[in-house]
Each structure stands twice: as C-alpha cells, then as structure tokens.
Design a protein. Structure first.
Length: 693
C-alpha cells in the first residue's frame, strides 16, 4: 500500500483512510489508484465492518488534480473510484474538514454517510475552470439536495458553509471534533444502527423543469460551462447510469475547450506570480501603515489595509479633503462588513485603529508609508525628501505612482534600498492587482515583504521593473493608441467599444475614458507631449472632445451622453468631431469589422508585452497575463493576451504586424523577442519558467 499518499489504519472494526497528498489533497492519478486498491483490500478483510475516508493536513481535498488534468482519464478514473465507493458492500463514511471542493466533494457525495467538521467550506467550482463536475456531482448533488440547490451550487461554483450543507442534505451530521474522530464516531453509529448508511445513487429525484428553464435563461449568452452543467443536472431525473454517462461526455468535451484552457491558465496565473527571485529573502515586520493623500487612490489603499485589520494613519494636508476621506473610508468599511469581508468585531476594532491627520510627522514611527499624492515628479521627490527626514530608520517607503520613474523618486532619499513602488488599481480596496515595482536599489527584503503584505490584504502581487507605465499602463497606453488610430481611420467609437465588450471586456476603451474622466487623460497627454516621438501619429479627438467641456461621466457627457440611469448613448457632438478630424486630415474612412478591431487590439497588446518581457520589466509571460486579467479587465476565460498569443500562433501575430505596418511602420514593428521565439519554435508557455528554479 502507498504509505506516503494514504494513511491507512484500523480502529477496532473500522478502517481509516487518510488522504495525504499535500498541499491540497488533490485527487491525482496516484491518489486515486492507491485509494481504489486500499478499498479493495479493506473490503476483503472480514474484520473490517466500516471504512472512513478523511483528509490529513489542512483540509479534506481541493478536488481533481488541475495540474495534471492530462491524467484525468487514467484508470481508475475518479468516476470509477466513486462508483466503487457508492457500490461498496461495506458502509463508507466520509469526514470532511476545511475544504471539500470539486472532486473532493463528489467523493463525499458518493459515500454512504457524510459528516462535516465546523468551518467546512464545500463547493463544486468546476464551472470557474470552464468544465462541469465530472465525477457524479451533477447527478448525486440533486439526489441529496434537490435540483434547485444543485443548480444554484453547480452553475455558480459558489461555496456553501457547513451549516448550509447540513440544512440542504449534503451532510448527515456536523461536529466540532477532528475529522478523524468525527469519522470514527459516525462509523460506530452506523454499525450500531443509529444513523442509516444510504446509497446516493439509489435515491429518487423530483423533476424541476421550471427551475432548469429559469436558470437556462439566466445563463444563456454567457460562458458555456454553466449551460452545459444545466443540461447534465436535467438528466439527473433519468436512471443514474444514463445521467453519469451524459455528465462524462459533457465533461470530456469541455476539457477540450478554449474556455477551459483560458480559465485554468488564469487559475495558475493568480498563483504563479508569487514565485519571484526574492521569495526567500527575510521579511520586515509591518505592523503599522501610513498613507499620504486623501484622493481616490489614498482612500482606497487605506481602506484595503484597514479591511485587512492593519492600523492605518491617513495623512491629507487639506482639512476638507481629510473629512471627505474619512467619510469614504467609513463607507468602504461598512461595505466590506455588509459583503462579509469583515466580521463585526474586526470592523469595530479597525475603526479604533484608523487615524487621520494633517501632519506628516505623525508617520515618524510607521513601518510602511505609501504615498498616493498628485502624479508629478517634483511633488513626489519633495515628499520623499521629507519622509527621509521624518520616518524611522528601516521604514519601508512606497510610491503608488502609476507611470513615474521609481529610481528617481528613490534617489530623493538617502535610503534608496528602502524605497519601492506599490502600484494599486482603482478602487484599491476592490481591485486585486498590485504591481510591485522594484527599483535598482530596492532591497530583496522589501520585495519579499511587499509580496507577503499583498497576500495579507487579498491582492495578487506582480513583480515589475521600472519603465514608463510599468507592465500594465505601458500595454494599456498602446492598446488605447491602437483604438484611437482605428477611430481616426474609420471605425466608430461605439463600434470599437462594443466589439471589445463582445470579446469580453466589461467596458470598451472610450467608455472607460468617459468613466475615468477625460480631464485626467487630457492632463497626462499634455504632460507627455514634450517627450512624444515626432514619428508617432497623434490623434487629437479625445483632446477636442474634452475641450468642448465634455469630461465624461462626471458631467454627463463625453464620447457618450449619460442620463441618470447611466445608460450611454453616443454623443453626436463627439461623432461630429471625429468626422471633421478625418476630413481635415484627408482620411478616407476604411471599414473595420468587429473581428478586425479585436485582432488589432490583441496584436498590439502582444507586441508591447513582448517588449516588456524582453526588457525584463516582467519576469514571465504569465505575470503579464495576470496583470491584464486582474488589473485591466481582460476576460478571464481568455486567459490573458500571451496565453491567446500561443493559441493564435506567433507566425500569425507576426504576419498581422507586418500587414498593419503597411499603414504605419512606426507603430507596427515586429518585436525582436517574437522573431527570436519564432526562429526557435518557442511559445510563451515555454518562457514561463519559475525564477527560483
Ligand atoms: C475537479 O475536481 C474535476 C472533477 O469534477 C472531475 C474530475 C473527473 N489541483 O490556492 P493555493 C495548488 S476540478 C492541483 O495557493 P489556498 C495551487 O496551484 C477541481 N493543484 O492554496 C498551489 O500550487 P503552488 C475543482 C492545486 O490554501 C497550491 O496547490 N477544484 C489544486 O490559498 C496551493 O494552492 C478547484 O477548483 C488542484 N485542485 O487555497 C479548487 N488546488 O504552490 C481549486 C490548488 O505550486 N483550488 N492547487 O502555486 C482552490 O480553490 C484553492 O487552491 C483552495 C486552497 C481553496 C483549495
């Protein structure tokens, strides 16, 4: 018997199987084979009357092994193992603690008795990976909990608490014991007849076509997996063998889909970014946070740390702004309380350790100070000079700049190794991305500490080097330019927006510009005008719209006109500006299809991403995908621009760039990295090597 992966023991007439496959007890091919074999041996042993399966370690199981999906069809498959469990002549009791997700929960559903330990979180999150539960979840959950609950749980992938699981029939019992003890107690009760041991597959089920029809309407037009899950759940009213066969067929079809590949890539991207060269450096102790600036970013950053329970001092020189900041942080905290992100006790404690001041010297003893003041180099360097004098030795000094040179900011102090960029995204208490910008002299400890802190406040940290715009804003800036060129050359702004929204972005670039405020981007463009290369095409349309007094959503008019319901209607005045600008420049409008629009945007993102990689600004392609997915609304099911580049093929990308270059050979140049990769027949996935290896 494989001892490492399973812990098998006997307590009187009860056999115990402890799943022992760290870190998450994934039901890998090896674990499945070992469990299958153990069950056969234990069933043939007359001294054994009942079998308990529980999880060693932090929790029961995170489900099938996503890293090794390729071996999902290896025998015994998970459905084979679970059928064997359900059909067992000896009662099988599953004791669940911590997490029972995906195949882990499906294993429990196939058993004869399920006992949960308080704090258990159960879910069938497969749709979030672009698949459906493929080991009986769509057939056995409806049998235990009814079709309505099954639809709700399976089509959303949401978590169910232990109490809810007991209430709806997933669990037979809930206890505070350890999983192992709870399993033994339940097995004894089964043997003495106190609790019945039932075969889930033998349970009957009431049809609920209205529930299925309503859900079908809800999920039509979205991702494939929830709809396919419904198809499978609907079959649960048929004999179990038919339902299981259909479920398997759909599961295997979805395993081949681009949606599945994109979502699994996104799942790993979220975790891969933590693997950085500095990951083994020592950590600084951070027990207090100072945030300078009471604007949108400062308030969001202060809220993010407060929600995570850190003592925060917010500095804002203007009394009026400080008052406003306090009100918004209060609102953010009560919002977090309402959404269940904070417990009542933590909420009250946090409010006690949140301070507001107009005096920078109040940060003298603070461990980490983050500035979020006006985006201007003189303002920032002056502030860092002051912080250098005020803050204690060893304090971590961070800038939230989104474009400026962090080396120059660090050089304003006599402690450049204590300076780092922490680029949050608005609203900072909600958006998950945090670009950790590592300047030339930033110490490895500061980088490691930033990554550690990011996790504590629920962010996804990505390591970035110093350049104008780092990873995300640099790619964004090209994407926007590409959209502006298409606008000038013949596409309409609402067509560009709707093409990119159909692709999966929540909002197209012109709608985003309206939301962010046309005044803000106008100021940035003016600031950069002096350094703009003469060869670069410049599109004045956004400037002209702004100069009409149209600032976007904030004053009800920009590229679009907004009424109170926030429904956008293209602004005829903005259309007029576009037409006149084309005429003035002698541009004959060309036709762009929605596919052309998406292809150009994607190509330029890949093009810039390749340069960002080549310059070492990003560590790996997957870091760039993570930035786009978690900070810029790139559709999760598409996996990120570089994941898509591999799907499209580098030769196609390069061909496209060469074709577009016939119109503008300054903007459209084939990056050196792409040429090198093509000559070596490499994909971006090949470049995703962890730096610690
Ligand atoms: C399924 O079950 C299909 C079946 O219906 C049918 C089959 C026929 N497999 O997240 P963490 C890795 S589909 C392999 O940082 P946490 C993860 O990448 C599955 N590896 O920990 C990371 O690796 P690394 C349905 C997995 O405590 C390490 O474990 N299940 C898996 O913050 C630690 O992970 C899901 O979708 C896995 N299943 O969170 C659950 N899960 O250290 C997906 C994790 O190299 N998992 N890893 O970066 C989760 O939601 C979270 O990992 C969990 C733990 C909440 C469990």
């Amino acid at each position: 018997m494989t001892e490492q992966i399973l812990k098998v023991e006997q307590v009187e007439a009860i056999a115990l199987i402890g799943l022992n496959n760290p870190p998450v007890n994934a039901l890998s091919a090896d674990l499945r084979a070992a469990t299958y074999k153990a069950l056969q041996i234990l069933r043939s042993d007359d001294a054994i009357k009942a079998i308990v399966i529980y999880g060693e370690g932090r929790f029961f199981s995170a489900g099938a092994d996503i890293k090794d999906f390729g071996r999902a069809t290896e025998k015994p498959t998970l459905p084979d193992l679970l059928k064997d469990i359900n059909d067992s002549s000896k009662p099988i009791i599953v004791a669940l603690h911590g997490i029972a997700f995906g195949g882990g929960l499906e294993l429990a559903l196939a058993a004869h008795v399920r006992v949960g330990v308080s704090g258990l979180r159960a879910a069938l999150p497969e749709v979030k990976l672009g698949i459906i539960p493929g080991a009986g979840g769509t057939q056995r959950l409806p049998r235990l909990a009814g079709i309505r609950a099954a639809v709700d749980i399976i089509c959303t992938g949401k978590e169910v608490s232990a109490e809810k699981a007991l209430e709806i029939g997933i669990l037979d019992r809930l206890t505070n014991d350890s999983a192992r003890d709870a399993g033994i107690a339940a097995a004894n009760d089964v043997l003495t007849g106190k609790i019945p041991a039932n075969s889930t597959d033998g349970l009957s089920i009431a049809p609920a076509s209205t529930v299925i029809d309503a859900a079908r309407q809800k999920y039509t037009g979205g991702l494939k997996a929830p709809l396919r899950a419904l198809e499978s759940i609907e079959a649960a009213t048929r004999p179990i063998s038919e339902g299981l066969a259909l479920e398997r067929e759909i599961f295997l079809q979805l395993m081949q889909s681009d949606e599945r590949a994109g979502l699994v890539h996104a799942f790993f991207a979220e975790r891969a970014t933590a693997k950085i060269p500095e990951q083994n450096a020592g950590l600084q102790e951070i027990n207090s946070i100072g945030v300078i600036g009471g604007g949108t970013m400062g308030v969001g950053i202060a809220s993010a740390f407060s929600i995570a329970g850190f003592p925060v001092t917010l500095i804002e020189l203007q009394d009026e702004q400080l008052k406003r900041a306090r009100t918004i942080i209060d609102l953010n905290l009560s919002g977090a309380l309402k959404r269940g992100k904070m417990k009542q006790e933590a909420y009250e404690k946090t409010r006690d350790i949140l301070h507001f001041s107009t005096n920078l010297t109040d940060l003298a003893k603070t461990d980490l100070v983050i500035e979020a003041v006006f985006e201007d180099m003189d303002v920032k360097t002056e502030l860092f000079k002051q912080l250098d004098n005020i803050c204690k030795p060893g304090a971590m000094l961070a800038t939230n700049t989104s474009y400026l040179d962090v080396n120059t900011i660090a050089a304003a102090t006599k402690r450049a190794n204590d300076v780092i960029g922490l680029h949050f995204f608005s609203p900072a208490h909600i958006m998950r991305l945090l670009e950790v910008v590592v300047a030339e002299k930033t110490s490895p400890e500061l980088v490691a500490t930033s990554f550690n802190l990011a996790r504590k406040i629920g962010k996804i940290p990505v390591r970035a080097g110093v350049c104008d715009g780092f990873i995300g804003n640099r790619i964004l800036s090209r994407y926007r330019k590409c959209c502006e060129y298409m606008l000038l050359d013949g596409a309409e702004f609402d067509q560009i927006d709707s093409a990119l929204e159909s692709f999966g972005f929540a909002m197209g670039p012109f709608a985003v510009a309206d939301l962010a405020g046309l005044d803000i981007s106008y100021t940035t463009r003016k600031r950069k005008a002096k350094t703009r290369p003469v060869e670069e095409r410049y599109v004045r349309i956004a400037d002209l719209v702004y100069e009409q007094g149209w600032h976007g959503r904030k004053n009800g008019c920009g590229f679009y006109v907004y009424d109170d319901s926030k429904i956008r209607v293209p602004n005829p005045g903005a259309r007029d500006i576009v037409t006149k600008e084309r005429a003035m420049l002698g541009i004959e409008p060309q036709t762009f299809t929605d596919d052309d629009i998406v292809a150009r945007c994607l190509t330029t993102m890949i093009q810039e991403a390749a340069n960002v990689l080549d310059e070492g600004i990003a560590l790996r392609p997957v870091d760039i995908d993570a930035v786009e997915l978690f900070g810029y609304g790139f559709p999760r099911h598409r996996g990120g621009p570089l994941h898509m580049a591999d799907q499209i093929g580098l030769d196609t990308i390069i061909d496209r760039i060469r074709t577009y270059a016939e119109e503008d050979d300054y903007f459209w140049r084939v990056p050196t990295l792409l040429k090198q990769m093509l000559s070596k027949n490499q994909t971006f996935a090949d470049l995703n090597i962890s730096p610690e290896k």
